[in-house]
Design a protein around this ligand. Structure first.
Ligand code: NAD
Ligand code: UD1
Length: 346
């Protein structure tokens, strides 16, 4: 079993991945500045993994990835970090347009400082949270890893820059084992409803918005366009259950440690597309609550359809998604209905 450093481990995808890694027997050090999360998520991860509050299997270091001394504290908290999963970063597209320098600082300079400290600490195994946002407006679907990287907003450019930095690094020196994991649309929650997505303010993304309408926190969803070239005219995306995604990280880390590829780039998606109205209907069914919506103009920068070709991840990692849209909505509702105000309510 390995000891892993998880940057951003208190966040949405990080917290679910921590649980899956702990259950698989790995020991963890989480480094997070809690700028977009709460220590409560890790407290609940501990409970779900049946760990005592003081268990050394999950250590938490409050710190910023841009600070090398915070990163060194993360490395020293462990007995010898074997690999890093790097989730920490900023992810809101609109905010990245308004505050590009902050995005370049946290996402790019933060990743650079992490990589320098990894080199210093002689740790060269890394899984990085990349995104389907890299593909911009895809020319064809399903999207494969060979399709062009053509981001259309600052958030996407920062992810592309880190991907390039990782490629340069992996070819500069033997010994690096790097996975660039391109997530499609992570949604849902742990089936217990104890951990889930807890966005600050008004959600930008469809799934948390729909669940907040169902629970009564928001009045109605605005559906961005019903004139897209899709079966029902609304946008189609590849929604992936966050537990499937978490299991994808476990598979990627095992692959890096056992097969030792220098650089690996894979889509993590289901390969299935669902429209906005299909998500609304599935959520209404799972929650037995109405989800009011209004059809409005298209959102600038949106694509009609984005769906992954996940066959490379299926083949290389022996991983594929197992959970349906109905399960995504069931688990998302379990989290939302038990935690209507997210972690703030606890
Ligand atoms: P999240 O905001 O819930 O988690 C990110 C975590 O990083 C938070 O706990 C936050 O407090 C922490 N963090 C932010 N800046 C930090 C810093 N400077 N130092 C230390 N910690 C810091 O987001 P998430 O949805 O869990 O996403 C995780 C990663 O996956 C991000 O890199 C994101 O860009 C990427 N990603 C997310 C999605 C998505 O839809 N959620 C899709 C594709 C890629
Ligand atoms: C968004 C980001 C993308 C990021 C992805 C996953 C933008 C422009 N793109 O993409 O960079 O990689 O999240 O984090 O923000 N929708 C509505 N009403 C809403 C919200 C969304 O109708 O209130 C529609 C959208 O038009 C889209 C679908 O729902 O068709 C999904 O939207 P969203 O959850 O924001 O994901 P992406 O558009 O894939």
């Amino acid at each position: 079993m390995a000891q892993l450093l998880i940057t951003g481990g208190a966040g949405f995808i990080g917290s679910h991945t921590c649980l899956v890694l702990l259950e698989a027997g790995h020991d963890l050090v989480v480094l997070d500045d809690f700028s977009n999360s709460s220590p409560e998520s890790l407290k609940r991860v501990r409970q779900l993994a049946n760990l005592e509050g003081s268990s050394p299997r999950l250590q938490v270091v409050e710190g910023d990835i841009r600070s090398k001394s915070d990163l060194r504290k993360g490395f020293r908290a462990g007995k010898g970090i074997d690999a890093v999963i790097h989730f920490a970063g900023l992810k809101a597209v609109g905010e990245s347009v308004r505050e590009p320098l902050r995005y370049w600082d946290v996402n790019v300079a933060g990743s650079q400082s992490l990589l320098s400290v990894m080199q210093e600490e002689n740790c060269r195994t890394l899984a990085f949270s990349s995104s389907a946002t890299l593909y911009g407006l895809p020319e064809r679907v399903p999207v494969t890893e060979a399709d062009p990287v053509q981001p259309i907003n600052p958030y996407g450019f920062t992810k592309a820059a880190v991907e390039q930095m990782l490629e340069d690094l992996s070819s500069s020196e033997q010994g690096w084992r790097i996975a660039r994991l391109r997530y499609f649309n992570p949604v849902g929650a742990h089936p217990s409803g104890q951990i889930g997505e807890d966005p600050n303010g008004i959600p930008n993304n469809l799934f948390p918005f729909v669940s907040q309408v169902a629970v009564g926190r928001r009045q109605e969803l605005k559906v961005f366009g019903n004139d897209w070239p899709t079966p029902d005219g609304t946008g189609v995306r590849d929604y992936i259950h966050v537990m499937d995604l978490a299991e994808g990280h476990l598979a990627a880390i095992q692959h890096l440690m056992e097969q030792r590829p220098q650089l690996l780039t894979v889509n993590l998606g289901s390969g299935q597309g669902h429209s906005v109205l299909e998500v609304v209907q599935a959520f209404e069914k799972a929650s037995s609550r109405p989800v009011a919506y209004q059809l409005v103009e298209r959102r600038p920068g949106d694509a009609a359809t984005t769906v992954a070709d996940p066959s490379l991840a299926n083949r290389l990692l022996g991983w594929q998604t197992k959970r349906s849209l109905a399960e995504i909505c069931r688990d998302g509702w379990s989290w939302q209905s038990q935690n209507p105000e997210g972690y703030r309510g606890s």
